[in-house]
Design a protein around this ligand. Structure first.
Ligand SMILES: C[S@@+](CC[C@H](N)C(=O)[O-])C[C@H]1O[C@@H](n2cnc3c(N)ncnc32)[C@H](O)[C@@H]1O
Length: 414
């Protein structure tokens, strides 16, 4: 957080106590009850239906910014993190001052923080450690930072992410969608690095637009839009998307395949596949068949059946920290180890579904090498010459306006 006088949102004329109270309540839920920020905010909004768009934006922005800079704010205060209300109000006030936002100076609630400001500024000037400055736990920074410009990357991961769309080329073109959005009052421009991508000039709720309900586009980060073309599925092929979730990449592959051939979209969570079916109907995609994974039999039945295979595996989500800043505080080593072992198992067993000579993409939204290149190298070694790594790529938010992704293209030798 750079001290600045600019707020991305209109600052309310007053700091309404109920809104500030909402921010505090959300922080208590996030840190005290281990609830993700988006869910905590959703809950808060449901309980306060009278809040208007501006109120909601104020609460959401304040909560996200405080979560992003949680370590730094407590460091500046010179105290250990606490969930005591009084302390949280102090953290809120510090966040306002620090980001150059207006704080009512004559309110006694904020007076002590205002008097501590010179000391706080001194502490700030003396920080040399990027993990404190950019608020990352040391253990996580150690995992992400090797071979990367850490200071810049950590800073970039604290910038709110933009809103990207993937245009459904089965129904329309990027240019036509730009025009359509304009008529609906939304400004969009071409996303330079994805030939189906658009970026919106401001965050708007596109889900309420008619153009969205017509299936003309999906909300999908630009980095994520690079994964389906990396596998390059062709019309008429049989493709398996083994960790399809709600189908962001299945739908993209269907468009690349011109709706011809077959995509088998699998996941261990059936509710995600039912969301995928809803999205497919909206996108007028009819070459996707969903199949829940109920055990090893589901995989065995598809032995040697796919021309192409996408393994978009569960991961730590460290590439999407811009969107989910609480990952920094919620991620535990135990979960990290579990995810590594699930990835290993998916690689070892799901690759049986690929035909000899077929290609697969292993992908994560992680910035940690253990989940990425190292995971792939270990797989190649275990499989002793059965597979060849064709190429791999790490997308960094410092290089593209995108979330962080890793993708590796492998061939099953014939
Ligand atoms: C990164 S997400 C997939 C996102 C999705 N491909 C998309 O583009 O929207 C990983 C998915 O893997 C699923 N998953 C977790 N464990 C799995 C397993 N053992 N086999 C298959 N899928 C699994 C999760 O439910 C989650 O939907």
């Amino acid at each position: 957080m750079a001290a600045s006088n600019k707020s991305t949102l209109a600052t309310p004329e007053r700091l309404y106590p109920n809104l500030v109270g909402g921010v505090i309540e959300a922080l208590e839920t996030i840190f005290g009850m281990d609830v993700y920020a988006d869910k905590a905010i959703e809950r808060l909004f449901k309980a306060n239906r009278k809040w208007g768009a501006r109120d909601r934006a104020f609460v959401a922005e304040s909560v996200y910014e405080i979560v992003r800079h949680w370590r730094l704010l407590w460091y500046l205060l010179g105290e250990n993190p606490s969930l005591k209300r009084k302390k949280l109000y102090k953290i809120f006030a510090l966040y306002r001052l620090f980001s150059g936002k207006w704080l009512p100076g004559d309110d006694p609630k904020w007076s002590d923080i205002a008097s501590e400001w010179p000391l706080i500024q001194k502490r700030l000037d003396q920080i040399n450690d990027p993990n404190i400055r950019e608020s990352f736990p040391d253990w996580l920074a150690e995992l992400i930072s090797p071979n990367k410009e850490w200071t810049t990357l950590a800073h970039t991961l604290n910038q709110p992410a933009g809103l990207h769309l993937r245009v459904n080329t089965l129904l329309t073109t990027r240019e036509a969608v730009i025009e359509r959005l304009k008529a609906e009052g939304v400004e969009a421009t071409l996303l330079p690095y994805s030939n189906v991508g658009l970026q919106l000039s401001e965050r708007v709720n596109v889900f309420r637009l008619e153009s969205f309900h017509e299936g003309l586009y999906e909300v999908q980060d630009g980095g994520s839009q690079l994964i389906a073309p990396f596998l390059n599925p062709k019309p008429g092929e049989r493709v398996i998307d083994a960790c399809a979730g709600a189908g962001g990449k299945s739908l993209h592959m269907a468009a690349l395949m011109r709706n011809k051939g077959q995509i088998i979209a699998m996941d261990v969570e059936e509710h995600k596949l039912s969301e995928l079916r809803r999205r497919a109907a909206r996108n007028r995609v009819d070459n996707i068949e969903t199949r829940p994974i109920e055990g090893s039999k589901t995989i065995k039945r598809l032995h040697h059946s796919a021309d192409k295979l996408l393994l978009d595996v569960p991961c730590t989500g460290t590439g999407v920290i811009r969107r989910n800043p609480d990952t920094k505080w919620k991620l535990r080593d135990e979960y990290f180890q579990r995810v590594l072992s699930i990835q290993r198992e998916i690689l070892d067993t799901y690759t049986d579904m690929l035909k000899p000579g077929g290609t697969l993409v292993y992908a994560t939204c992680s910035l940690i090498d253990d989940e990425n290149r190292r995971q792939v190298e270990a797989f190649l070694e275990r499989k002793k010459g059965e597979y060849t790594l064709i190429t791999d790529k790490q997308i960094l938010p410092t290089e593209l306006d995108a979330d962080g992704f890793y993708m590796a293209l492998l061939q099953k030798n014939g």
